[in-house]
Design a protein around this ligand. Structure first.
Ligand SMILES: Nc1nc2c(ncn2[C@@H]2O[C@H](COP(=O)(O)OP(=O)(O)OP(=O)(O)O)[C@@H](O)[C@H]2O)c(=O)[nH]1
Ligand SMILES: [Zn+2]
Length: 210
């Protein structure tokens, strides 16, 4: 039996009112002072503005509706009905607990139900959710749920493997540890052979073709 999530996670974040840039720069200046440095010295004077520009990049996923990204699909794929896999996508995110980088990779597969999507859109989908604050479990589920809801494929599989800098560079400090999260929907959930096939695909050595 094919199971899909009933609805997409609510996009409560889109269109929220935001504080203005000057207020955010002032907050960064306060952190510099709190750390014990002088925010007016030459090397730091432009830092609040730089940090805000950098954070704009890190959090740009709040500006895009993920479902809209996948809206443009190609119908009628002749008879292609096997899995479509996008593997080894670099993933850069920030954890919601410490706002510290999460670096890793994502792998996505889906079993089309006549409709396919441009492959770059799947990579963009990963990017949109990665450039928001969340935990890795939620990130993994959101990517899978959106593909399931918008494309209505026969199945979706998402695996994320990442290192959390909040665990490697501070706190417990365990460099080399990675976290693996997986979400299987539809036929990937029901069919252990299919799941193994997908996991073998993403484990295989990959060659750089270009
Ligand atoms: N499950 C999960 N935990 C995460 C993720 N990112 C960070 N964490 C954890 O979130 C937890 C937050 O725990 P707290 O005790 O509130 O924070 P903390 O005092 O900074 O904890 P330590 O990191 O253990 O020093 C930590 O255990 C982190 O390792 C994630 O994506 N998923
Ligand atoms: Zn963290």
């Amino acid at each position: 039996m094919t199971r899909f999530p009933a609805t997409l996670p609510q996009e409560k974040t889109l269109g929220r009112p935001r504080p203005d840039r000057a207020a955010v720069e002032a907050a960064v200046r306060l952190i510099i002072e709190w750390a014990g440095d002088d925010p007016d010295r030459e090397g730091l004077i432009d830092t609040p503005a730089r940090v805000v520009r950098a954070y704009e990049e890190f959090f740009e996923g709040y500006n895009t509706d993920p479902a809209e990204l996948l809206a443009r699909t190609f119908e009628e794929t002749d008879d292609y009905d096997d899995m479509i896999v996008l593997r080894n996508m670099r993933l850069e995110s920030h954890c919601e607990h410490h706002i510290v980088p999460i670096i890793g990779k994502a792998h996505i597969a889906y079993l089309p139900n006549r409709r396919v999507v441009g492959i770059s859109k799947l990579a963009r989908l990963v990017e949109v959710y990665a450039k928001r604050l969340q935990i890795q479990e939620t990130l993994t589920s959101q990517i899978a749920n959106t593909i399931a809801e918008v494309l209505r494929p026969r199945g979706v599989a998402v695996v994320v493997e990442a290192a959390h800098m909040c665990m490697t560079t501070r706190g417990i400090r365990k460099p080399g540890v990675t976290m693996v999260t997986r979400r299987f929907i539809g036929e990937f959930k029901d069919d252990a052979d299919l799941r193994r096939d997908f996991l073998a695909q993403i484990a295989a050595p990959s060659e750089r073709f270009g």
